[in-house]
Design a protein around this ligand. Sequence first.
Ligand code: B12
Length: 298
Amino acid sequence: MVTISYISKNSINLMVYIRAKKVKSDQYLYLVKSVWDSKKSTSKQEIVKYLGKASEVVKDDIPTEFRNDAKILSVLASYNPEDIQKREDATKKSKQQLFKKLTDGNLEECIKIYKNYVEIFNISDFFDKILRPVMSKIGEDWDSGKLSIATEHVASNVAQTLVKIIMDQVSGSGNKKKIMICVPVGEEHHIGCDVLETYLTIKGFKVFNMGTSIPTDSIMEFINMKKPDIVLISITIPDNILAGQRLAKKIRESSKTPILIGGHALQIENPPKFEGNVIGDTNLEDIPKILRKIPATN
Ligand code: B12
């Protein structure tokens, strides 16, 4: 039996796959490429490299040009339990290191941790599996008195700068839907909005991230002017839910633009009702899928 697991394009746009062939109870992996057969008007596969017995293949067996492809590596990991363990250890280590370097206020080291992580994994996993849980721990440790308020502030500032640096490095086509991200008056947390801006930009959306302390009237004016396809409201503090409900209502009174409401304050079992749809705790990777399903109104 032959299974094609993943398609990857390298810089010269060559499509490569990992193909598995089962012989008795063992799986053997091949790196194959797609070649166009113009006579038959169909594509055929050619073996680029025989990789070996699935459970024994390691990263170094992959030709260098495909070696850092996160998806190829994740397919490998799925065939190789030892590799999965290594990846779990790498995630745990990155979390511990990031916690330490954020609370030490060491931006340069945080950038290094980010760069090393995304070499093996990807940006959305860095945000979902490393930054968010680490920020959560920082919040908990501050709440329980294990971290001083000064240390929490230093860590928050470094995290904010780190996300800005990542944001400045990314680009996207901007040809998908126009997304506006805003917060209700009083909400000072915006790292979540910056992460959303970064990820949605990579995914090709055109993002307007309004930042904090923007009066509701200015948000309304902006919506009328830029006509976003979807408005995202981010709420972190439960005390800001009422202001968020007022903001959603105000937007709904003058525009049909779909509104999604999310953020830490809404990651609870029975979230309150809004003019719009509340999105509970979601992986970053699922947010573009949710946005794509919303019909355009403009
Ligand atoms: C950093 C931080 C701050 C920084 C904010 C800096 C900044 N520029 O943003 C500062 C120091 C200013 C701050 C202030 C306060 N904070 Co604070 N803060 C945090 C902390 C540690 C991290 C937040 C963060 O950045 N997370 C990382 C991002 C990436 O995650 P995220 O915000 O959840 O966003 C993701 C998702 O939720 C989702 N998402 C977000 N919005 C939306 C919207 C939509 C539509 C969708 C689909 C998805 C989505 O996508 C994002 C990316 O994955 C949290 C701890 C925690 N558990 O979150 C406490 C925390 C939120 N803060 C808390 C508190 C109490 C406060 C203060 C009241 C403290 C005080 N006494 O002054 C003030 C309030 C300020 C205000 N009025 O808003 C509490 C809230 C408690 C509660 N009741 O829930 C927390 C939980 C800490 C704690 N454990 O006690 N804080």
